[in-house]
Design a protein around this ligand. Structure first.
Ligand code: PEP
Ligand code: MN
Length: 275
């Protein structure tokens, strides 16, 4: 069988590796909503063996009337989650004016699909030197994505993770179409790690496990997935968020398929858990 080994150059984020044989699992709620919700989600994903905790304090929403995130207060809650679990933080910077605050807590700065071609933002995040997670715009080609990544690299930032999160097609039966072909093609064309976001592609939680397993089988270097202690109460993307109490079982299945491709999830024993 041909090997799935790629020339991906591994990146280290606060002691956690992505690339090569290391599969990175990033998990957490769509948005930081309350202290209780954030700490419960962080605890659940840490216990299940996630490597990093995700959560949006700034939410770029399609409608201006939708929940926009807690902003600065949300960043404070992420800092608490990090102190509680030891998990490094991935959070989005949607506006260059917020970058300094985001850098106070983010171990990885997320650039959302809607901002993939916000070149001023890319250049500033690149110049910050902080690892960046660049999501593919939902109407962007792989060339567009790689050019956007070049803005980060050209500003001197080598620590860039690419993320396929579904694109717009004529299909309307699910939120977006997950472009799995992007995984091996990007890995052919760049040394940057490539991860997949099954949550935003799926739009509903029943599809998240099969899409995650497919991504792992296709050689993705990691997954970023939404997990919430009470998805029915979520202020954002409730239907697609995995339930925190089901997350252990999800990780177990994902680790099995990643192992088939020669990759391992970061060891949970790395995580210093609160008693
Ligand atoms: C997210 O991950 O929180 C998000 C908003 O995703 P995207 O930018 O891919 O829509
Ligand atoms: Mn979301």
């Amino acid at each position: 069988m041909p090997s799935l080994t790629t020339r991906t150059r591994p990146i280290e984020i606060a002691g956690r590796l992505i690339g090569g044989e290391d599969f990175m699992l990033i998990a957490g709620p769509c948005a930081v909503e309350t202290r209780e919700q954030t700490l419960a989600a962080a605890d659940a994903v840490a216990r299940a063996g996630a490597s990093l905790f995700r959560g949006g304090a700034y939410k770029p929403r399609t409608s201006p009337h939708a929940f926009q995130g807690l902003g600065q207060e949300g960043l404070g809650l992420l800092a608490e989650a990090k102190a509680q679990t030891g998990l490094p933080i991935v959070t989005e910077c949607a506006d260059v004016r917020d970058l300094d605050s985001v850098l106070e807590v983010a171990d990885v700065v997320q650039i959302g699909a809607r901002n993939m071609q916000n070149y001023a933002l890319l250049s500033e995040i690149g110049a910050s030197g902080r690892p960046a997670l660049l999501k593919r715009g939902f109407s962007s080609t792989l060339d567009d994505l790689l050019s956007a990544a070049d803005y980060l690299l050209a500003a001197g930032n080598e620590q860039v993770i690419l993320c396929e999160r579904g694109i717009r097609t004529f299909e309307t039966a699910y939120r977006f179409t997950l472009d799995l072909t992007a995984i091996p093609v990007l890995q052919e064309r760049t040394h940057l790690p490539v991860i997949v976001d099954p949550s935003h592609a799926a739009g509903r939680r029943e599809l998240v496990l099969p899409l995650s397993l497919a991504a792992a089988a296709a050689g993705a270097d990691g997954i970023i997935v939404e997990v919430h202690p009470e998805p029915a109460q979520a202020l954002c993307d409730g239907p697609q968020q995995l339930r925190a109490d089901e997350f252990d079982a999800y990780v177990e299945r994902l680790a099995q398929v990643a192992a088939l491709g020669g990759k391992r999830l970061a060891a949970p024993e790395l995580v210093p858990l609160a008693a």
